[in-house]
Write a protein of this length. Structure first.
Lengths: 282, 296
C-alpha cells in the first residue's frame, strides 16, 4: 500500500470482523436454535450455546415432521427442491445456449424480432404478472407438477445474453476453418463451440441453481398438493401455519437444511460463482 | 446488432434452435403480460356468467390512485426500497473498501462475506423474524435492556425496520462483490500519485476512489431498487404478511393479495401493469447507462 499505517489496518480488521459477525450471526442463531428441545422456546431469551437435541430435531424434521403443527416431513421437500432447481438450471442453459447460437451464427429474416422477444422476458419478472401466468399454467393443467414448477421459469434473457457475448469473442477463424473442413453448423456447435463454453456454462450453472433452489412465490402459487411442496416455501407454512407460536427448534432445523445446499454450492465453487455473477449481470 | 463476419447458411435450422426459447417466452411471458393489459381495462364478470366482463377504460387505474390503501402501498414501497438499498449498499461499500486493503486475508474475508447470497429472501426473513421475536428473540432482549420495547406485531416502524434489515442483509454479499471488483480495477498509480501529493486517505477516497466507482454504484443502485421492489416478496410473505395495519404492504405483495386472496382481478391486473411499467423504465435506464459506459 501507499503508506504504512498500523492503526488503519487494525481498524480495517475490526470493521471486517464486525461485518463478518453481522453476516454470520443469523445463521449461527439458527444452527444453535436447531439443537435445543422445544421447552427452551417457551419463555425466556434464546440461548447462545448449543443444546443437546441436535440429532433428534433433525431426525424429526427429515423423516417424521409434525403434521399437527403443519409440518410434513421435509425429506421429500428437499428432493422436490433439488429436482426443481436442476430442471430450471438445465432447461435455462440448454434453451439459451441454442438461441444464442442461432442469433450469433446465422443470418435470417426476423432475427431482430426474435432477439427483442427474448429481451422482453428480462423486463417481466414473475412477480409482476402473477395472476395471468397462474391462469395460463392452470389452463394447461400444469398445477401440482414438476413441469409446472420449472418450465415457466426456464426462459432466461440473461443466460442468452451471456452466451451471445461469449460467442462474439470466439475467433472467426475457428468457424471458417471448421467450414473449410466441411463441418456443418451442428457439428461446429457440438465439437468446437460447446467445449469452448464449458467455463461459462459452469459459472451460469452455479447462479441458476441458486436461483432455482430459492424460488418461492411460484411454487407457493402452483402447488396445493404437499407432495410437490418445495423446502423454501414449506418453511413459510411452518412459521405461519399453526395458530400457536411456531415450533422454533424444528423450524430452524428446516431453515438450516434449506439453506445448506446453495451455501455449499457457493463455498465450493466460489471462483465460478463470482465469475458467473459479475459477468451475467453486467 | 452484429453477427459474425461469415455465417452459416441454413433455411430452417436457426428457427428450430430458437423455437424452445421463443415458445416458452410467448406462452409464459408475452401472453400473460397481454392478458394483464387486457384485464386492467375490464371490470370482471361475476362467477356465474350472468354479467359478462365490461370494458371500463382506465377506470381500474383511476380507482387505484383514489385508493388510500394503494397510495399507502406506494409510500411503503418507497421507504422500503430506499432503506434496503442504502443500508445494504452502504455496508457493502464499507466492507469492500476494507477488504481491498488486505493482502493475505482478502480471500478469507471475501468467503465469509459472500455466502448469504445463497439464502432465499424468505429464509432471510424467517431468520430475522426469529431474532427479533418479541418473546424469545435476542435483539428485543438487548433493546429492552436499553429501554426500548420492541414489538413488530404492533409497531409499524418496528415491522418496517425488521423487513428492511432482513432484505438488506441478504443483499450485502451481492453489492460487496461488485464493489470489490470495481475497487480492484482502479489503477494503483492514481492513489500513489495522490498520496505523494499529500492527500489523506479520506481525501483520496472521496476525490478519486468514489468518483471512479460511480459506474458500479449506479449499476448497483438500479439492481438494488429492482431487488427491493420485486425479489423481496418472500421476506414480506414469510414474516409480516404486509402488516401490522398495512405498514409493510409493498406493491408486489399487494398485487398478490388482491389477486389471490381478495380475488379482485381488475385491480390486480392494473397494479401488474403499473409494476411492468416501473420495471421497463428501470431496465431502460440500466441499458442506456451500460451503453454509455461501453464508450468510456
Amino acid at each position: 500500500m501507499v503508506e504504512n499505517d498500523r492503526w488503519g489496518i487494525f481498524f480495517a480488521h475490526l470493521v471486517l470482523i464486525l461485518g463478518v459477525a453481522l453476516v454470520v450471526f443469523p445463521v449461527y442463531i439458527a444452527v444453535i436454535a436447531s439443537t435445543h428441545p422445544s421447552g427452551t422456546f417457551v419463555r425466556g431469551v434464546m440461548p447462545l450455546l448449543p443444546g443437546p437435541n441436535a440429532l433428534e430435531n433433525y431426525r424429526t424434521v427429515i423423516f417424521e415432521g409434525r403434521s399437527r403443527a403443519g409440518t410434513p416431513p421435509i425429506g421429500g421437500m428437499l428432493w422436490n427442491s433439488f429436482v426443481m432447481a436442476m430442471a430450471i438450471t438445465v432447461g435455462k442453459l440448454s434453451i439459451s445456449i441454442l438461441s444464442a447460437f442461432a442469433i450469433v451464427y446465422f443470418r435470417f429474416p426476423f432475427r431482430m424480432f426474435f432477439f427483442w422477444v427474448i429481451f422482453l422476458t428480462l423486463m417481466l419478472p414473475v412477480e409482476v404478472r402473477i395472476v395471468p401466468t397462474f391462469q395460463v399454467v392452470a389452463d394447461l393443467g400444469m398445477l401440482n407438477s414438476f413441469a409446472g414448477l420449472s418450465i415457466p421459469l426456464i426462459a432466461s434473457a440473461t443466460a442468452t445474453f451471456l452466451f451471445r457475448q461469449f460467442f462474439m469473442t470466439v475467433p472467426e477463424e475457428l468457424m471458417e476453418a471448421a467450414r473449410v473442413d466441411g463441418a456443418g453448423p451442428l457439428k461446429f456447435f457440438k465439437d468446437i463451440l460447446l467445449p469452448l463454453s464449458i467455463t461459462n456454462i459452469a459459472a451460469l450453472f452455479v447462479i441458476m441453481f441458486i436461483y432455482g433452489w430459492n424460488q418461492y412465490l411460484w411454487p407457493l402459487l402452483i402447488t396445493t398438493d404437499p407432495e410437490y411442496y418445495t423446502i423454501v416455501m414449506g418453511i413459510q407454512r411452518m412459521v405461519t401455519g399453526g395458530d400457536s407460536e411456531p415450533l422454533w427448534h424444528l423450524v430452524m432445523a428446516t431453515v438450516v437444511l434449506a439453506a445448506l445446499p446453495p451455501i455449499l454450492v457457493i463455498l465450493f465453487m466460489q471462483r465460478l460463482f463470482v465469475k458467473g455473477l459479475t459477468e451475467t449481470e453486467k | 446488432m452484429q453477427t459474425k463476419r461469415s455465417t452459416f447458411r441454413n433455411g430452417w435450422l436457426p428457427y428450430a434452435l430458437l423455437a424452445p426459447q421463443i415458445i416458452i417466452t410467448l406462452i409464459f411471458f408475452v401472453w400473460p403480460a397481454s392478458q394483464a393489459l387486457m384485464q386492467s381495462v375490464y371490470r370482471q364478470g361475476d362467477a356465474f356468467g350472468v354479467r359478462p366482463p365490461t370494458f371500463v377504460g382506465l377506470r381500474n387505474f383511476a380507482m387505484l390512485f383514489d385508493d388510500s390503501l394503494y397510495l399507502n402501498s406506494l409510500k411503503v414501497t418507497l421507504y422500503f426500497s430506499v432503506g434496503t438499498t442504502v443500508l445494504s449498499m452502504g455496508l457493502a461499500l464499507l466492507f469492500a473498501v476494507m477488504v481491498n486493503r488486505m493482502i493475505r486475508s482478502k480471500d478469507t474475508y471475501t468467503t465469509f462475506l459472500v455466502w448469504p447470497y445463497a439464502i432465499a429472501p424468505a429464509i432471510a426473513g424467517v431468520l430475522w423474524w426469529f431474532i427479533f421475536n418479541p418473546n424469545i428473540g435476542i435483539l428485543p432482549y438487548v433493546l429492552n435492556g436499553i429501554g426500548y420495547d420492541w414489538n413488530h406485531r404492533s409497531s409499524s416502524s418496528d415491522a418496517m425496520i425488521l423487513v428492511i434489515v432482513a432484505a438488506a442483509w441478504k443483499q450485502i454479499s451481492y453489492n460487496f462483490l461488485f464493489f470489490l471488483a470495481g475497487l480492484q480495477s482502479i489503477p494503483q498509480s492514481l492513489l500513489e500519485a495522490a498520496a505523494i501529493d499529500g492527500a489523506s486517505r479520506m481525501k483520496r477516497f472521496w476525490t478519486i476512489v468514489f468518483p471512479l466507482l460511480s459506474p458500479v454504484t449506479f449499476f448497483l443502485l438500479v439492481v438494488n431498487i429492482v431487488y427491493a421492489m420485486f425479489d423481496t416478496f418472500g421476506v414480506i410473505h414469510a414474516t409480516t404478511e404486509g402488516g401490522p395495519a398495512q405498514a409493510t404492504n409493498i406493491l408486489v405483495y399487494k398485487v398478490f393479495r388482491d389477486g389471490f386472496v381478495n380475488l379482485n382481478m381488475g385491480s390486480s391486473a392494473a397494479q401488474s401493469v403499473i409494476l411492468m411499467g416501473i420495471v421497463i423504465i428501470l431496465t431502460v435506464i440500466q441499458f442506456r447507462y451500460i451503453e454509455r459506459r461501453v464508450n468510456y
